[in-house]
Ligand binder design. Structure first.
Ligand SMILES: Nc1ncnc2c1ncn2[C@@H]1O[C@H](COP(=O)(O)OP(=O)(O)OP(=O)(O)O)[C@@H](O)[C@H]1O
Ligand SMILES: [Mg+2]
Length: 402
């Protein structure tokens, strides 16, 4: 078939623009590094396939954003498909080793066959849908990656469970799903109910679902703008959540259009913004808070993570490694609550790396991190349950919902 001259010229222009995309790992272009596997730039759609060996989810996000920006004169986001191939499946997860997903290890309840993610377009319009099976839905967000958002989401879930609540977890971080690792369920494959609802995987009494559970390491990972909304939509509305007091969503870091499209279609009851003392830029945080205000989601408050370090051998000392009170100051300036200050602790990171969530290990009871998470859970709980709150906190949270 003969193509028009202008079309060919545009395809060449697009290819040269894509040749400038930089690997944030080392500042070289993907082209220079020989990572580009395929580019199909036709009139309607752009397909870009590259090798992501050694590229972290955070860097992958940067690359994909720059692809969108680079070709924005030619393609709208829904026309762009980015495929990645990788020799090393560990790249799919947040920098962790990954064992093969084995289809033979499907759970016994998988009579209706493994669940599949439907592709397709995300929700449009502003009608907010309630998640069936969950009384309250809480989104955990952050303005940037690597601040401990997933750690907070997971450990808040267990802290609420320690208060006697029934909690579910939803890993909506499509670029760097980390819950299968944090919960030691890398090999689990969600089954489906006879009604074709996705069955969440149980991890230490917490049902959870993650995009990572659907990734077969042999398959390239597909990213496509509007599909993201679609995937979250399916996770929220097609999962057989049952009798949850709380569903906690780990959102992808950042506050861009993608996060916005993820939250605007869902009736989310409250958002938590996680930051570290040194990563707090008031301007960025304000942008993040505006995102929630725009879609009428109340912000429960901020969580400062990695606030200080308490050495095991000097438990009365606090070392403010990243500076003291950074998030508190920002929260005051922005007139939002500070829900918790969570210290640094080696056992918290080790627990995450090994799939044993800290707040599920009773042996840590009474330690500073444990206490901080229990306080966070109580504060979150008080936001929603007047009867649980004491006089003081009633006033504290009132303005959030008035
Ligand atoms: N309070 C803490 N003490 C010690 N280590 C922590 C603490 N909070 C988080 N970490 C560690 O910091 C790293 C980053 O945390 P995490 O993966 O939760 O961040 P994230 O914001 O979800 O990152 P991403 O943007 O990649 O999704 C992990 O190794 C985690 O175990
Ligand atoms: Mg994360």
């Amino acid at each position: 078939m003969e193509r028009k001259m202008s079309e060919i010229a545009n395809a060449d222009k697009v290819k040269s623009l894509l040749g400038l995309i930089i690997n944030p790992n080392n500042g070289k272009t993907l082209k220079e590094e020989g990572r580009i596997v395929e580019i199909v730039a036709d009139q309607n759609e752009l397909l870009f396939k590259y090798n992501r060996n050694g590229i972290t989810p955070e860097q992958k996000r940067t690359i994909e954003n720059s692809i969108g920006v680079a070709v924005s004169d030619y393609y709208s986001p829904e026309k762009i498909t980015v495929l990645t191939v990788s020799d090393n499946s560990s790249d799919v997860f947040a920098g962790k080793k990954f064992t093969n997903i084995d289809d033979k290890k499907l759970p016994a309840n998988d009579k209706a066959g493994p669940a599949q993610i439907k592709t397709g377009h995300g929700p449009t319009g502003a009608t907010k849908k309630r998640v069936a099976g969950a009384k309250k839905v809480i989104a955990v967000s952050s303005n940037k990656g690597g601040v401990g958002k997933s750690t907070v989401a997971v450990n808040l879930a267990f802290a609420l469970k320690n208060l006697g609540k029934k909690v579910g977890l939803l890993d909506a971080d499509i670029y760097g799903p980390s819950m299968p690792m944090l919960l030691n369920k890398r090999e689990a494959k969600p089954g489906a109910t006879p009604e074709k609802k996705i069955l969440p995987i149980d991890a230490y009494g917490i049902p959870f679902i993650s995009f990572g559970l659907f990734i077969n390491e042999k398959d390239p990972v597909i990213w496509r703008g509007p599909m993201l909304g679609g995937v979250l939509n399916q996770f929220l509305f097609d999962v057989a959540w049952e009798n949850l007091d709380y569903l906690i969503i780990d959102l992808p870091p950042g506050t861009g259009d993608m996060q916005l499209s993820m939250v605007q279609a869902t009736d989310i009851d409250g958002a938590i913004v996680v930051s570290t003392p040194q990563d707090i830029a008031v301007l960025d945080t304000r942008k993040g808070l505006n995102m929630f205000t725009q879609v009428k989601i109340p912000v429960l408050g901020m969580v400062e993570n990695m606030s200080y370090f308490v050495p095991d051998d000097a438990p009365t000392k606090k070392y403010y490694i990243f500076g003291e009170g950074g998030v508190k100051k920002a929260a005051e300036e922005l007139n939002v609550n500070l829900l918790a200050e969570i210290p640094l602790e080696i056992a918290l990171r080790e627990g995450s790396d090994n799939g044993y969530p800290y707040m599920n290990e009773k042996k840590y009871e009474g330690r500073p991190v444990w206490n901080a998470y229990m306080n966070l859970a109580k504060n979150v709980n008080q936001c929603f349950n007047e009867e649980d709150s004491n006089k003081e906190s009633k006033g504290f949270f009132k303005r959030l919902f008035s």
